[in-house]
Each structure stands twice: as structure tokens, then as C-alpha cells.
Design a protein around this ligand. Structure first.
Ligand code: ADP
Length: 455
């Protein structure tokens, strides 16, 4: 097992990694930018190193500063968390070259899955269902139009290097395709330094269902069930739950098998997630594989009782999986609300600030993953996730009730958050019935905000 793990990240995920390491009796080295000198992860780690100024490009994305710090502090492994360099194949390869075990899959696997057009092609070759669309990247709007004519409108233009819902455009008719293609290309080039695009059929209001995978270095691959992440704003997840109301045991088994087949096709090792869209007719399609731990991983931890960070670290150390597929059982229901420092009344504009007052909920079945503390100033340089509120209960209705009361206990003063909106969603009849899809929030946002009597 590792002696000292270097954490190339910040915020709540750095704290989550430190917690797993402490339970495994592994020392931790935290890194921080000058904006994060007083952050919680810095206070909790065994030791810490400043790696640069506030701008992520000069600190959390600075490969050489990170590698130098990891080597100088005598670490034997690197945990990248999510975001930042977690899906950067060069970083994974450089770590291994420096004799630092990268806690994740190999650079080659990250590279292949990071190009979504290439990942689609690989999955198709291995019999994993993919959304009908282009065979690979599409060079220009004309080719995209020809493919769209073949598969039928509406279509989704997507960036091969895309992530976080960016570089995507929906086209409903041939005449709007050229403009949307150019816009997607420009956004992809600006966000990812790669303007390559591909085309998929737009599945109208699907559910976003993803499967958690664990794969060890001995060739065992298992899935830990699904997370339904259909409550999204601007293609970004807001509430996640497991199990999904849209799956029965048969569909769960078939999707789980497809997820395991996808991970095997990729030659995957580590914790990862296979994402699908589920059509209203019960057809499901692979959309991408995330080669890292995800924000919403606690949902799976709560229903399966498996510590995913612990498993991920053990796998990287060469240990076999601690459980078999047959030993995985989903018990009860779990939900997560992402509490972002954003203003839902202003288009979810990030609104970080000083945490003037903080009260976190507790009691049975409640978990809060956060790096907040009273007086903490959320820096404006990074993502707007302030806290994750996760609850677990025997039934879905109890889970909803527990989440409502946990949100009622939660007090964050100093900036607007998505907590009130989450609370309103938990009262929406369609959500309560479990009848929602990725179009839910867009359809009901104005109605939900109008419910808020504080407005
Ligand atoms: P990103 O990596 O940017 O998050 P994804 O490919 O995971 O991109 O897609 C993000 C979201 O967009 C999905 O959760 C789903 O809601 C929606 N989406 C993706 N592909 C399709 C599709 N072919 N049809 C309908 N919705 C889609």
C-alpha cells in the first residue's frame, strides 16, 4: 500500500480523498494556490505545498509545479480527484514516468475515452449500443448536414473533447445547422483547444443514467448499479439519485452488463463511470465514459456501502477488488443535491462570497461533503460547488422527506445557492413520482421559482 499520496486537487474532493487516506493510514500532501492558503484541505492534510498563484492554469493545472512538489515531498502516488488534470493523459503518463502511481486508468485509456468520437467508435465495435450518428469526427457543416439528413432531425452537434455540457448544440432543422456547427466549433476550440465535432441523434428528453464501475488490475470488472442524473441545468447535473425509478431489474441488469462490456472494451482499470441516455421507449445508448471519480459518487456509496475512494486507492496499489458482482447489493435509496454558489434567478450565475454563517444538517442518513467552514471565503477562480448534501433512507419517499428536512436545516449565509431550488424540486409532483427526464428543470424552472414565496 502507498505511504504518502499527493492530492492534485482542492475543495471538497481533496477533503474526501484525505478522509479515505486517513482511514487507510496513508499520509497526504495537499497543494494549494495562493487563493486557497486557508482552505480546509490544506488544514486536514499531513502536509501542504503552495504550487502557484490563484489562476488554475498557473497552479492546479501546472504539470511541472505539481510533479516537482510530489517528488520533493516523497509521495508514491498521485490522486487527481475530478476536474483539473484528472482526465489529462499527459499528466497520468508523466506521473508514471516519475515513478508516481497515478490513481486512475492509464494515460492511453484516458486519451481514448477523452475523445468522445473515438470512444463511440470503440463501443460500437464491441457491441455496446451508441446513439445513431456519425462514424467518427465530422470535418465540416456540409458533412454534418448529410449525416443529419440520414439519421433525421433533431440532431446534437457535440465536441469530441467536450465536457461539462460545453461545445454542444441542438439542431432542429437543416437551415440552422451551419450556424450551430460554427458556434459549437468555436466554443470547443476555445474551451478545449480542440474544435473537432461529431454528430448524434438528439434523443428527445431522455433520462441520464450512469453506471459506476470498478475494475482492478487483475481483470475483474464490476458495476455498482446506476445513478439517475436527469435533473440538470444547462446539461449539468443538480440532483442525482439511486436507484433510478426508470429502471426495473431486467433493464438494470442489461444496462449493467453493457457498462461492464464498455469498461472491458476500454481496458479500464480504476473507478469509472459509463454514461447512457435512456430513451422513453426503454432503449439505452452509451454517450461517454468518465475516467475518474465523479462528483456524485457518494450516492452509490450510500446505497451499496462501498467506499469508492478506498477501492480506487487499493486498485491503484495493485490489490484485487474487495467484492464480486454477486456481493454488490443496492439497499434503500440515496439522493444528492449539489449546493452550488450560484443564483438560479440570474441564469445560475456563479456568485461566490464569504460564508458569513454556516449550519450543516445532521441526523440519521445524512451526509455532507464540503470544504466550507464559517468565515470561509469561496474563491471566484474555481467551480461553484460549495457542498454536496447526500441522504439515504429505506424507501424513495422517506429519502425525499429526509432530503427536504436536511435542506431545511442547512443554512449558508453570504451568497445565493441552489439549495432553495433543490428544496422546491423535492416538492414538485413529477419529481416526487419519479417522472422526470433531462428536460424537467428547463420545463419547470420558472414555475418552481414562482413557488418561492420569498421572491
Ligand atoms: P459532457 O461531457 O459535456 O457532460 P455528455 O455527452 O455527458 O457531455 O452529455 C451531457 C448531457 O447532455 C447528458 O447528460 C444528456 O443530458 C445530454 N445528452 C448527451 N447526448 C445526448 C443525446 N444524444 N441526446 C439527448 N441528450 C443528450
Amino acid at each position: 500500500m502507498f505511504h504518502r499520496i499527493f492530492i492534485a486537487n482542492r475543495g471538497e474532493i481533496a477533503v474526501r480523498i484525505i478522509r479515505a487516506c486517513r482511514e487507510l493510514e496513508i499520509e497526504t500532501v495537499a497543494v494549494y494556490s495562493t487563493a486557497d492558503a486557508h482552505a480546509l484541505h490544506v488544514q486536514l492534510a499531513t502536509q501542504s505545498v503552495c504550487i502557484g498563484p490563484a489562476r488554475a492554469a498557473e497552479s492546479y493545472l501546472n504539470l511541472s509545479a505539481l510533479l516537482t512538489a510530489a517528488l520533493e515531498t516523497g509521495c508514491d502516488a498521485v490522486h487527481p480527484g475530478y476536474g483539473f488534470l484528472s482526465e489529462n493523459p499527459e499528466f497520468a503518463e508523466l506521473c508514471e514516468k516519475c515513478d508516481l502511481r497515478f490513481i486512475g486508468p492509464s494515460g492511453a485509456v484516458i486519451r481514448q475515452m477523452g475523445n468522445k468520437a473515438a470512444a463511440r467508435a470503440l463501443m460500437r465495435r464491441h457491441g455496446v449500443p451508441v446513439v445513431p450518428g456519425s462514424d467518427g469526427p465530422v470535418p465540416d457543416a456540409q458533412t454534418a448536414a448529410a449525416i443529419a439528413a440520414e439519421i433525421g432531425y433533431p440532431v446534437l452537434i457535440k465536441a469530441s473533447a467536450g465536457g461539462g455540457g460545453r461545445g454542444m448544440r441542438r439542431a432542429y432543422a437543416p437551415e440552422e445547422l451551419p450556424t450551430l456547427f460554427a458556434a459549437a466549433q468555436a466554443e470547443a476550440a476555445a474551451c478545449f483547444g480542440n474544435g473537432e465535432l461529431y454528430v448524434e441523434k438528439l434523443i428527445v428528453n431522455p433520462r441520464h443514467i450512469e453506471f459506476q464501475i470498478l475494475a482492478d488490475r487483475q481483470g475483474h470488472v464490476i458495476h455498482l448499479g446506476e445513478r439517475d442524473c436527469s435533473v440538470q441545468r444547462k446539461n449539468q447535473k443538480l440532483i442525482e439519485e439511486s436507484p433510478s425509478r426508470a429502471l426495473d431489474a431486467g433493464l438494470r441488469a442489461r444496462m449493467g452488463e453493457a457498462a461492464v462490456a464498455a469498461a472491458r472494451a476500454a481496458g479500464y482499470q480504476s473507478a469509472g463511470t459509463v454514461e447512457f441516455v435512456l430513451d422513453q421507449d426503454g432503449s439505452f445508448y452509451f454517450i461517454e465514459m468518465n475516467t475518474r471519480i465523479q462528483v456524485e459518487h457518494p450516492v452509490t456509496e450510500m446505497v451499496t456501502g462501498v467506499d469508492l475512494l478506498r477501492e480506487q486507492i487499493r486498485i491503484a496499489a495493485g490489490l484485487p477488488l474487495g467484492l464480486t458482482q454477486e456481493q454488490v447489493c443496492q439497499s434503500g435509496c440515496a439522493m444528492e443535491c449539489r449546493i452550488n454558489a450560484e443564483d438560479p434567478r440570474a441564469g445560475f450565475r456563479p456568485a461566490p462570497g464569504r460564508t458569513e454563517f454556516l449550519h450543516l444538517p445532521g441526523g440519521p442518513g445524512v451526509r455532507v461533503d464540503t470544504a466550507l467552514f464559517p468565515g470561509y471565503e469561496l474563491p471566484p477562480y474555481y467551480d461553484s460547488l460549495a457542498a454536496k448534501l447526500i441522504v439515504h433512507a429505506p424507501t424513495r419517499l422517506e429519502c425525499i422527506r429526509r432530503m427536504r428536512r436536511a435542506l431545511e436545516e442547512l443554512i449558508i449565509q453570504g451568497y445565493p445557492t441552489t439549495a432553495d431550488l433543490a428544496h422546491l424540486i423535492l416538492y414538485h409532483p413529477d419529481f416526487v413520482k419519479g417522472r422526470y427526464d433531462t428536460g424537467f428543470l428547463e420545463q419547470h424552472l420558472d414555475e418552481l421559482l414562482a413557488w418561492d414565496c420569498k421572491a
